[in-house]
Design a protein around this ligand. Structure first.
Ligand code: URA
Length: 236
């Protein structure tokens, strides 16, 4: 059960103050009846609520796939260059945040959600959610370096866990990690004498970047993508 003002404010579209004012004017209905007391508790799973004649679509959690462009930081801090600025403000009001971080110059799949428990599971080292990146590097690497990357390399006091590397050619390919240390891929390539020149995340927790999204574009996840993420989150 939720308070009526919380239920409506959870959508991120209206503040509790707006809700109180609208209720006073008789503009809110619950299951067909006008409700003026915003502290009334309603069943969030079954209630049909309207606000100024519009049905309110309450959801406990939202999940957004963003194709992150370069130049944006993966944080919710107050800055014009955070990834949250690429989404309508209601997502910030719904307390969404980026699930993990991509470097400022890394592009591609970033999950933004307000599902704290799932984000925690996906990011927890125990759960090994896989992250796949397309990379370009310079100078070229060969099979020997790819094998070293797969086996684990010392990135400065830490030896990376095993990863998967699929060479497309000598200067590009895919790398899949199950961990996320600071600048991990860049440091891994440095450890084998190369340097990353381009990095795009193409998969996260079993979901793939929607290639129809241009950089800077986003969409909400489908039900089946959310299910996929949930099963990646519970994997031990
Ligand atoms: N590894 C990096 O070096 N950068 C990223 O953004 C992600 C993984």
């Amino acid at each position: 059960m939720l308070r009526l003002d919380k239920y409506i404010a959870d959508t991120g579209l209206y503040s509790r103050k707006d809700v109180k004012a609208a209720a006073k004017k008789g503009l809110i209905t619950v299951n067909g009846k006008t409700v003026r007391d915003v502290s009334e508790r309603i069943d969030e799973n079954t209630a049909v609520v309207t606000y100024c004649g519009e049905k309110v679509n309450w959801r406990r959690y939202v999940y957004v796939m963003l194709n992150k462009p370069a130049g944006y930081i993966s944080s919710t801090e107050e800055s014009d260059r955070t990834v949250m600025k690429l989404l309508p403000q209601e997502y910030t009001k719904m307390e969404c945040f980026p699930c993990g971080r991509l470097d400022i110059d890394t592009v591609g799949l970033l999950l933004i959600t307000n599902d704290g428990p799932l984000a925690h599971e996906l990011l927890s080292p125990r759960h090994h959610a896989e992250k796949t990146y397309f990379y370009r590097c310079d100078p070229a690497i060969g099979e020997r370096e790819a094998e070293a990357l797969c086996a684990g390399v010392d990135i400065g006091g830490y030896v990376t866990k095993t990863s998967k590397v699929e060479l497309v050619d000598e200067t590009s390919g895919y790398i899949t990690l199950t961990e996320g240390k600071f600048h991990q891929i860049k440091r891994m390539f440095e450890a084998v004498g190369s340097s990353i020149t381009y990095l795009r995340r193409v998969e996260f927790g079993g979901i793939s970047l929607d290639e129809s999204l241009k950089e800077g574009e986003w969409r909400e996840l489908t039900e089946s993508e959310i299910e996929t993420l949930r099963s990646a989150g519970v994997k031990e």
